[in-house]
Design a protein around this ligand. Structure first.
Ligand SMILES: [Zn+2]
Length: 410
């Protein structure tokens, strides 16, 4: 399966993947998914957002256990973010059948559409739409860089955009959702003493516990436009110097409070090489394990901005998304050696959890710790550990036996 996907949507100049929702590449990936499901005798049904669900058993009789992830990518993304979860889910079906396991509850494999939001700007659009977290009218009017709306993209893909909307029936079929995903940091690749350790098999996978609280803030910093050649340094009010102070403050408060905080986007006015900046708008992204620590970081940055005559305004805030604690503890029972890991990245599993669906995640070690880049990686051995872990979890959740520790299940 991995070899089949390797070339789909890969840009030769960067080696990264460009798999954007409702494009030709996305169509090819969806066809591939449907084909793999058909090979396994699983019929694919689509919900109102176009997410693809393949069911082994009838989820209208009993809600099922769902595994899977997404096949789309960010611009020049890595091979693993998304596809690893989909491929592993299909591999779990094969493993169960090879072992003669017949699930007592339906087992679903899902391919969520448009998880990265790379084309229309809203991440997890497929899961947000079916849960109602993304309004259908708003979704239809979202545009890509070429000005094509999601509604137009749907029509171009031979679909009726009027069908976009919440899909409580699709949600009702999900008894539990377990998303396997490549880790997007280095927690598993680092030994407790901080050195690289890529061989410890007990750190090949982790059980996800929660998605960190995160938010975005807009920082406005005033200055005074003037000539870059004739204005004495002591006479200047340079908004770029304020920005530099704010960026450094952001870093040092984040370090001190144990968060991550980033200024990755700035808008400078007037924006001339030979003009002192009259105004800078910067955007702050802050996340962390502890919501009060994230808040304290932002408050400290706000105080710094205000000292410089600026303002900070919150644009979005998402509190901690806890995965279902009973499901997490069930995963822990099956995978007793796996570390517990919170994540600073958003996922469809988080959208479903927020909606009240019992959801959890499994992370597979990423030696580089890099994600959303061609440098993202996972070893074949660790990917196989991931499939084994997910198989053990699904075996536990889908059969009415007591939990089988993974060592024995393998
Ligand atoms: Zn992902």
């Amino acid at each position: 399966m991995w070899a089949q996907l390797e070339t789909v949507g890969r840009a030769p100049e960067t080696g990264g993947y460009r798999r954007f929702a409702w494009t030709r590449t996305d169509h090819d990936l969806r066809e591939w998914f449907a084909g793999e499901c058909a090979t396994r005798g699983l019929e694919v049904v689509e919900d109102r957002a176009g997410n693809q669900w393949a069911w082994w058993g009838d989820p209208d009789v009993t809600p099922g256990v769902v595994i899977g992830s997404h096949l789309d990518s960010v611009p020049d993304g890595g091979a693993f973010d998304g596809p690893l979860g989909v491929v592993s889910a299909l591999a779990v079906v094969d493993a169960l059948r090879a072992r003669g396991v017949q699930p007592d509850v339906p087992l679903g494999v899902v391919n969520f559409v448009d998880e990265e939001g790379a084309r229309f700007g809203v991440a997890c659009a497929g899961s947000r739409l079916i849960t109602g977290a993304l309004d259908a009218d708003r979704a239809r009017s979202l545009t890509d860089v070429d000005g094509v709306t999601m509604a137009q993209a749907w029509r171009a893909a031979g679909r009726d955009p009027d069908s976009l909307g919440p899909d409580p029936e699709a949600i009702r079929r999900i008894g539990r959702f377990v998303e396997l995903h490549v880790e997007q940091g280095k927690a598993l690749a680092l030994a407790p003493d901080g050195s690289d350790d890529l061989t410890d098999p007990s750190r090949a996978v982790a059980v996800g516990t929660d998605i960190w609280p995160h938010g975005r803030w807009r920082v406005d910093l005033p200055g005074e436009a003037n000539h870059a050649g004739t204005t004495r340094l002591e006479d200047r009010h340079d908004a770029m110097l304020s920005l530099a102070d704010v960026v450094h403050a952001t870093r040092s408060y984040a370090v001190g409070l144990g968060c991550v905080a980033t200024v990755g986007k700035v808008h400078v006015q007037p924006g001339g090489v030979n003009a002192i900046a009259s105004h800078v708008t910067a955007w702050l992204d802050a996340r962390g394990r502890s919501a009060p620590a994230v808040r304290a970081t932002v408050e400290a940055v706000t105080a710094e901005a205000e000292r410089l005559g600026g303002t900070v305004r919150e644009e979005s805030w998402t509190p901690t998304t806890d995965f279902d604690t009973s499901l997490v503890s069930r995963l822990r029972d099956v995978l007793p050696e796996a570390p517990l890991l919170g994540t600073g990245a958003g996922h469809d599993a988080g959208i479903l959890a927020t909606h009240g669906v019992s959801a959890a995640m499994i992370f597979v070690r990423n030696p580089t710790g890099v994600s959303h880049s061609p440098a993202e990686s996972a070893t074949a051995e660790d990917c196989h550990h991931g499939v084994a872990a997910l198989t053990a979890v699904v075996t536990d959740l889908c059969t009415r036996k007591d939990a089988v520790p993974m060592r024995d299940a393998r």
